[in-house]
Design a binder for this molecule. Structure first.
Ligand code: C2E
Ligand code: MG
Ligand code: MG
Ligand code: MG
Length: 277
């Protein structure tokens, strides 16, 4: 057997076992989609200048009927592989847009300005994807600027129809964020040609700024890149007040992380149930 990197991988029964486990998980995902075992939770995105929540990121949660909660890092790749992400992703998008519409109804101008939704490479390269998204906006009465779609560098720079989809969405007024920026195949040059509005600076760079012996070189450089290219920068994974202060000093305006709030069912409605899910 040959791995994608071109290295020879010795055949072991473990490979079969892993494939079988993924297949079982895939089948369980299918059942759970029908049974309603998924939930969408929301994490605040904060304006560092006044500590107010300007937006929320929608994050999916799966409670497996037997195994309990399973991390998206474990099941999203499986749903990508078996194609279920297309249906699951549409459900997540619709659920998130409905949520924002509901917040607007109950809270008016106290509702978040926009909702950020993760979209996987497979979804992005589905030919009908932009039309599905526009349909959900029409259905929920949201304007395109109320939605921000988070894609990864790997998806967008992988070429193919993903870039076309991004262009179509952007022309329609939906904004695009590059998620986990700095961890994929970054090409700063392509940022000028692909219509990206927001860079989400990966947690690994944010972690460094307060680690002893490390410096804030990359987060410092990236805020200048964003300013020069007129991109909004959102620092991800902010866990301490010290990190938040440092980011403020460097000129960051937006941040997200456990320091400000974990993903919960409703971080917006006053006195809502905010137990972590
Ligand atoms: P992501 O889009 O980069 O989302 C941020 C992840 O970091 C979330 O993990 C969030 O809970 C976590 N996080 C936020 N602040 C902090 C912090 O201060 N410290 C630490 N340690 N973690 C923090 P989660 O929800 O487990 O999701 C993991 C990844 O799975 C996401 O990374 C995203 O790539 C994927 N994912 C999650 N929900 C969806 C979805 O609805 N659709 C798709 N396609 N992918 C999703
Ligand atoms: Mg994200
Ligand atoms: Mg991210
Ligand atoms: Mg991340």
């Amino acid at each position: 057997a040959k791995a994608s990197g071109g290295q020879l991988v010795e055949y072991t029964p473990e490979l079969d076992e892993r494939a079988e486990a993924a297949e079982r998980l895939g089948a369980d995902l299918r059942h759970s989609l029908d049974d309603g075992d998924f939930q969408v939770v929301y994490q605040p995105i904060i304006d560092l200048r006044d500590d107010r929540t300007v937006a929320v990121e929608a994050l999916v949660r799966w409670t497996h009927p037997v195994r309990g909660p399973v991390s998206p890092a474990a099941f999203i790749p499986v749903a990508e592989d078996n194609g279920l992400i297309v249906e699951l992703g549409e459900w997540i998008m619709r659920t998130a847009c409905r949520r924002l519409a509901d917040w607007r109804t109950t809270l008016g101008s106290d509702a978040p300005l926009y909702i950020s939704v993760n979209v996987s490479p497979r979804q992005l390269s589905e030919p009908g994807f932009p039309a599905v998204v526009l349909g959900i906006l029409a259905e929920t009465g949201l304007e395109p600027a109320a939605l921000l779609i988070e894609v990864t560098e790997t998806a967008i720079f992988g070429g193919g129809t993903a870039v076309e989809a991004v262009e179509t969405l952007n022309r329609a007024g939906i904004r695009i964020a590059l998620d986990d920026f700095g961890t994929g195949h970054s090409s700063l040059g392509l940022l000028r040609t692909v219509p990206v509005d927001v860079l989400k600076i990966d947690k690994s760079f944010v972690d460094e700024i307060t680690e002893p012996g490390r410096r804030a070189v990359i987060v410092d450089a990236l805020i200048h890149v964003c300013a020069g290219l007129e991109l909004r920068a959102v620092a991800e994974g902010v866990e301490t007040a010290e990190q938040a202060d440092y980011l403020r000093e460097l000129g960051y305006h937006y941040a997200q992380g456990y320091h400000f709030g974990r993903p919960v069912a409703d971080p917006i409605t006053p006195a809502a149930e905010t137990l972590p899910v």
